[in-house]
Design a protein around this ligand. Sequence first.
Ligand code: PLP
Length: 351
Amino acid sequence: MERLVRDCFRNGGYVFAERPEEIAKRHGISRVARLASNENPDPPSAATLGCGIAALHQANRYPDERVDVLVAALKRHFGEYPFVTGVGMDGVIETLFRTLVDCGDTVAIATPTFSFYSLAAVAQGATVVPVQRRDDFSIDPKKLSAAGKDAKVVVLCSPNNPTGNATPVDAVEEVLCAISGVLFLDCAYVEFSDIDYLPLLKRYDNLVIGRTFSKVHSLAGLRIGYAFVPAWLQPYYLRAGTPFSVNNVSAAVAAAALFDTEHAERYRAQVSRWRERFRSEVKYPVLPSDANFVMVDVSPSSGDAVAGGLAANGVIVRSCRSFPGLADHYIRVSVGEDWENERFIQAINNL
Ligand SMILES: *Cc1c(COP(=O)(O)O)cnc(C)c1O
């Protein structure tokens, strides 16, 4: 019966991090350092979680389809922008593509980068055009604009996963001016940088900025993403989306987390401190990063070999081999708790 499955799902798919329980069992290690998924290692505060408990008591009811509690919190925090929400930013990307991308349309993606854009675009029947970044992983705005000239959507991740570098505002603006479609700017890690793209929203009606509660806000498990969208797009996004996608527990917890500045600040400080320590103490070149992870050039070893060696020492990192357009000698390492980061430095330097 498999012949019934669409061709686009026959191979590939999302590459998940190895499970900590399996690594622990395989290598006989009791506590594993989890540095592969760019999560905030601190759980949400008790006060933030308390808002979810109240919402849980309403689980018999469908959630608010407009997600008012979260949208109101976003407006209080950022100002009066048109917002949309989704099941993680991945859910936002999927719904955005469903809204805009027809079979045969083009989606241009600055590469190497996060893999889900391509998976979501292909699922819409789109033609994906990867646009290779420069050797230092910066984008060439002219090249991206030319390749994305007639694309429905151009995708740019900044700070970029897995390379860690951010794209300057003027380069983003150059692309916005040159393309005829929408620029989807993935800002999953923007809280760890000093860059601010929001002023561009007032001047361009083809800019969508995606953000998530999964990283700085410690809510990866509750699946909440959002985006700043142009006003014209918002009603169509709501029409294209799955009804009742964001549940009421996630919405209530996210609304509270947005104002838990102490929680976010603590991790931001942790990230700045450890990005520096990784750069000065790891024996391999560590690339500059504006995110809560760093990419490490482990050549002449391969990313897989080093990730495997680290796993044997109880440290899970991401080998970057599965990122198309990237050489196979990189790993990506998240900033975790102190003991995890210490163990990583010690383990990699002893390989
Ligand atoms: C983590 C991540 C996301 C999505 O996160 P969600 O958990 O789906 O909100 C989106 N883009 C990039 C680049 C990411 O690294």
